[in-house]
Design a protein around this ligand. Structure first.
Ligand SMILES: N=c1c2ncn([C@@H]3O[C@H](COP(=O)(O)OP(=O)(O)OP(=O)(O)O)[C@@H](O)[C@H]3O)c2ncn1[C@@H]1O[C@H](COP(=O)(O)O)[C@@H](O)[C@H]1O
Length: 123
């Protein structure tokens, strides 16, 4: 079975190697091309892939799609999000660490905590 963290780490290393500072060639590499173009180019792709993820999920919801299509769109979304992270000097490990920090804390509890803190600061 594939180790998801290893796969993400390997992909992050490839993305890093495609940065202009590391000699990434926009003529030979899709990642290098996006990094060379800058944030507007890869952020547009993130927005596009997020929209396509929603559409693939809605197709599944209404019985018109297939699970493979949804997985493909989420893969595109993760991939372009990883290019965004790399541009800003971040990695999948940073996201995993954030999820680990949140582990076990209910979203409802976290929201109540945030609201209580905001109330305190407002007083
Ligand atoms: N995981 C991916 C990956 N996922 C998606 N894509 C590309 O992302 C592009 C955008 O997806 P779309 O579905 O929007 O395709 P499109 O219609 O051609 O879109 P436009 O680019 O024309 O806007 C496509 O060209 C896909 O091939 C990827 N390209 C590369 N990788 C990984 O990145 C590595 C480095 O790639 P290069 O930098 O190209 O060598 C590869 O070895 C892979 O591991």
């Amino acid at each position: 079975m594939t180790n998801s963290t290893d796969t993400l780490d390997r992909l992050a290393a490839v993305i890093e190697s495609r940065k202009p500072a590391n000699g990434g060639d926009p003529e030979k590499s899709y990642v290098a091309r996006l990094l060379h173009k800058g944030p507007d180019a890869f952020l547009k792709k993130v927005a596009e892939e997020a929209g396509e993820t929603v559409m693939a999920a809605k197709d599944l919801q209404y019985g018109a799609g297939d699970a493979k299509a949804l997985v493909g769109e989420v893969a595109d979304l993760w991939f372009h999000s990883m290019i965004t992270l790399a541009h800003f000097g971040l990695s999948p490990a940073d996201v995993v660490a954030e999820l680990a920090r949140r582990e076990g804390l209910s979203g409802l509890e976290e929201k109540a905590l945030r609201k209580a803190q905001a109330r305190e600061q407002g007083e």
